[in-house]
Design a protein around this ligand. Structure first.
Ligand code: BGN
Length: 368
């Protein structure tokens, strides 16, 4: 009898369970799925954006805009984002950035602290920035050599940060200041900037940019090109004449853009040009000599304002050095440069104070 009762209860319970299951099975399935997702998330394989993440489309931070970056301010963010719990799914940025303005106004008088007030919230320490809404197409290091031009740093940052941001680049700005009072050696400073930036790379390309050259049109994209690119094609100082049409059509000064491979191929810039002039012409010849070609965008987009300043002492030796430059490049450039540098991360740029030797010091100055 007891057995019959127990069997009845069991059968009754079975009916209730079946009824319950028939009514609530979707809830059960959902709970099971939820549990599974939580387990996978803890194992580091499920990402943001809900469940609909396809494994082949995910890119870890190691490949993303923060890769290889070591600025102190970003270290904490990187540590957090590099943790295996996170993967970021971002679409690639469009080939033509959507927020470009076209013609721009250059503001020639603005202090660094004014720019900081506006840009500090978006730019990371050391002048680092990348778009949050998409994966940048290009990583760019902007290298700016200077000395005694403090008043031009404000206008440069004021112009270039928003310019590069509208172009959705993953970039950093390095100012390389020459220590001491010797003649200015722009090319050595560019080499120093390159070698220091490489350590924080990888960067796809490098803009070698004078502090007084400001682009007037943001359709002039600072995207890498298959060949070295001259940027400052039509400048205010030349009445915006197309440098390709000037009698002196090998002009490569003001600003240019090169990939790491381009620069390594020519062994960087020559170290032996002290004082104004000639080092950019030397680079033009290196490019030609190593079978590359200089590309330029049309002058209506590649327009630059040059902020006026006192002229620098010229390099009287430049014609002689240029005459002898053929074939010298393997013995004069990145491979022969000696320098020391002090690095400071400022809110809107990385400052490199470079000791690059003296013009009388023959280090690296092989002039055959
Ligand atoms: C050139 C200089 C360049 C300089 C431009 C600026 C020389 C060497 C002799 C050809 N070159 O004349 O270094 O960037 O002017 O306009 O002086």
């Amino acid at each position: 009898m007891i057995r019959d009762r127990l069997c009845g209860l069991w059968r009754g319970g079975g009916r209730t369970l079946r009824l319950w299951l028939r009514l609530y099975w979707p809830v059960l399935v959902l709970m099971l799925l939820l549990g599974l997702c939580l387990m996978l998330r803890d194992a580091g394989t499920v990402t943001i954006a809900g469940f609909a993440v396809l494994a082949p489309l995910t890119r870890t931070i190691q490949d993303g805009p923060h890769s290889g970056v070591t600025t102190e301010a970003t270290l904490e963010v990187m540590r957090e984002e590099r943790s295996p719990k996170y993967k970021v799914v971002l679409p690639g940025c469009p080939a033509t950035p959507p927020g470009l303005l076209g013609r721009l106004k250059v503001v020639e008088k603005v202090s660094v602290s004014d720019v900081e007030a506006r840009q500090r919230v978006v730019v990371r320490a050391g002048g680092r920035w990348w778009p949050e809404e998409c994966e940048a197409r290009w990583r760019l290091a902007v290298i700016v050599p200077y000395r005694d031009r403090q008043h031009q740093i404000g206008p440069f940052l004021n112009h270039m940060h928003p310019f590069l941001q509208r172009q959705q680049l993953n970039y950093s700005i390095y100012f390389v200041e020459q220590a001491g009072s010797d003649l200015f050696n722009r090319a050595r400073l560019l080499n120093v900037g390159f070698l220091e930036a490489v350590k924080e790379g990888p960067w796809d390309c490098y803009a070698f940019h004078d502090v007084d050259m400001l682009p007037e049109n943001d359709h002039h994209l600072y995207h890498c090109s298959p060949q070295p690119r001259h940027l400052a094609v039509a400048t205010s100082i030349n009445n915006y004449k197309d440098s390709a049409k000037l009698p002196y059509n090998t002009y490569f000064g003001g600003a240019c853009l090169m990939a790491e491979a381009h620069l390594r191929r020519v062994n960087g810039w020559s170290n032996i040009y002290w004082g104004w002039g000639g080092e950019d012409d030397d680079m033009w010849r290196r490019i030609k000599f190593t079978d590359m070609r200089v590309w330029r965008y049309p002058p209506r987009v590649a327009r630059y304002t040059m902020i006026r300043h006192r002229p620098q002492p010229v390099n009287e030796l430049r014609y002689r050095l240029l005459k002898r430059n053929t074939g010298r490049y393997p013995r004069d450039g990145l491979s022969t440069l000696n320098y020391t540098v002090t690095t400071t991360r400022l809110p809107l740029y990385t400052h490199l104070l470079a000791h690059i030797g003296a013009s009388t010091d023959p280090t690296g100055d092989i002039v055959h």
